[in-house]
Design a protein around this ligand. Structure first.
Ligand SMILES: Cc1cc2nc3c(=O)[nH]c(=O)nc-3n(C[C@H](O)[C@H](O)[C@H](O)COP(=O)(O)OP(=O)(O)OC[C@H]3O[C@@H](n4cnc5c(N)ncnc54)[C@H](O)[C@@H]3O)c2cc1C
Length: 478
């Protein structure tokens, strides 16, 4: 989540080729084209994470798939780097570029909900929170992650691990179809019959294959849930027992537990500030009484510091967020088999030793519906992984990275079990070996093969990149 690139200075002069590209784009797309000299440029080039100061030649706020096709074609023909931005939350800042074009989907928010058919076509400028609020009005939901401002584009393409993961699986397990503009500028309707190879690849393979203008999702009946925040003191035995309870819980219950040194936040009593806490979010998607029974063992682990668990409409799980929050930091993602007492002690010890403004170990117990999908059915191969852990350090300035990176590396190494692995959605700029850990075994070869067919020149390379394998064009049925 910090910038590894050397050349981040402002590009003060627009080169003639760039001017040509801007003219070409401006006369061919309907959406707004924001150039370096335009008002709003600095806001438009901002991504969620701070510490990235990149200067695209232009940001193009596309309005529809025709605009998307044109921008893709112009970027390809003029050899411009192309960044694709949905919600802008990439940990590696892949949705911005120095000297290239940002294809910004944020104006594309069309959502067509088929209430009786339990499906929705959603444009990828929508955020998880916007989608969930709109479908929630019908008592329906598709599972995304823990943060409402994350774009449905990025989270879906990576897999999508959230509050409904044990009950309904990953976000990609609800993807029925998609419309995608490939590197040649063509708009393809992708589903199980047409382009099944692409449908497989975009369910976990990230933005490697083209620009998804919209997804068709399955919706589930998720109305009132039992859930919210529970904060407990993070003694190692509480951490380990929390994980054990989360594993033993019915599949209706998914949990995300942030173990961290309590920040001075107003909702936390002053006496816990600076002490380790488990700040957990729980969601039980089922009957209210059964939900109350399911969350009871978590409340009983220790005297809760904050207990906001209650029946509530599902969309309320995404509270309003501060628009100008741009944290700077670094993170590591991994899968673990178990968090027993010694592992919990390791977590607590490392968190206490960090000098970062905020250090956190985020624990997500998996299983349930997610684990019943065969590992080879989508490009997300970690179906049998039991626990996902992300460790992160947030700090004030990017130049603090050399202090916190070694801490993170040591923390991740101390936790590593077996193959390790990585969730592509939580990878930063960590190199090809780590991308291969996200796509183990035959998943990598299959992705490279499909990439070779649909993006042989690697136009879509600002992502956790799978380089194209040498292959002839698709054998897909159209
Ligand atoms: C605060 C925070 C919380 C998070 N919580 C979760 C969570 O609970 N669960 C989880 O699974 N993940 C989570 N993530 C990870 C998140 O899913 C990824 O960072 C994701 O890529 C962000 O999507 P975005 O659209 O907001 O980001 P962007 O930066 O806009 O996109 C990221 C990349 O995805 C690709 N991309 C995006 N949209 C498209 C598109 N329409 N077509 C083609 N390529 C596209 C591009 O390569 C782009 O660079 C979280 C991230 C953050 C920062």
């Amino acid at each position: 989540m910090t910038d590894n690139r050397q050349d981040t200075k402002r590009l003060s002069l627009t080169k003639p080729l760039d001017e040509m590209a801007i003219r070409e784009i401006s006369s061919n797309v309907r959406g707004q084209v924001i150039r370096q000299q335009d008002d709003g440029y600095d806001e438009a080039r901002t991504v969620f994470y701070g510490g990235f100061d990149r200067h695209p030649v232009a940001i193009v706020r596309v309005t529809d798939s025709t605009d998307v096709s044109r921008v893709v074609a112009i970027a390809r023909e003029m050899g411009l780097e192309l960044a694709v931005k949905s919600g802008g939350h990439s940990l590696a800042a892949h949705s911005t570029t120095d000297g290239g074009i940002v294809l910004d989907l944020s104006e594309m928010k069309n959502l067509k909900i088929d209430v009786s058919g339990r499906t929705a076509w959603a444009e990828t400028g929508l955020t998880a929170g916007e989608y969930t609020a709109a479908t929630g009005a019908h008592g329906l939901a598709t599972g995304f992650g823990d943060t409402g401002s994350v774009g449905i584009g990025g989270i879906t393409l990576g897999g999508g691990v959230g509050y409904l993961v044990r009950k309904y699986g990953l976000t990609i397990d609800d993807v029925l179809a998609a419309e995608i503009v490939t590197a040649d500028g063509e708009l393809l309707r992708v589903d199980a019959e047409r382009y099944p190879d692409l449908l497989w690849a975009i369910r976990g393979g990230g933005g490697n294959f083209g620009v998804v203008s919209r997804f068709r999702y399955r919706l589930h009946e998720v109305d009132t849930i039992v859930g919210g925040m529970l904060v407990l003191p993070a003694r190692p035995e509480v951490i380990a027992s929390f994980v054990a309870e989360a594993e033993a819980a019915p599949e209706e219950l998914s949990t995300i537990a942030n173990v961290m040194v309590a920040p001075p936040m107003p909702f936390l009593p002053e006496e816990v500030h600076g002490h380790l806490v488990v700040m957990a979010m729980l969601v039980y998607a089922g009957e209210i009484e059964a939900g109350e029974r399911a969350v009871a063992p978590f409340r009983a682990l220790a005297t809760p510091i904050v207990d906001e668990l209650k029946p509530m409409p599902y969309p309320e799980i995404y509270p309003p967020e501060e628009g100008d929050y741009h944290p700077v930091g670094s993170a590591r993602t991994m899968f673990l088999d178990a968090i027993d007492l010694p592992v919990a002690e390791t977590i607590a010890d490392h968190l206490r030793a960090s000098s970062a403004q905020m250090a956190v170990a985020q624990i997500r117990v998996l299983g349930g519906a997610m684990a019943r999908v065969p590992a080879g059915a989508t490009a997300f191969a970690h179906r049998s992984s039991r626990i996902m852990v992300n460790v992160a350090a947030l700090y004030e300035r990017p130049d603090e990275a050399p202090v916190h990176e070694p801490w993170l590396t040591a923390f991740a190494a101390a936790l590593r079990q077996g193959e390790g692995g990585a969730y592509v959605g939580f990878l930063g700029e960590e190199g090809e070996d780590r991308i291969r850990e996200a796509y183990p075994g035959s998943t990598w070869e299959r992705l490279a093969d499909i990439k070779g067919r649909y993006d042989p020149t690697n136009l879509f390379r600002l992502n956790q990149n799978v380089r194209p394998g040498a292959q002839p064009k698709s054998d897909a049925v159209t």
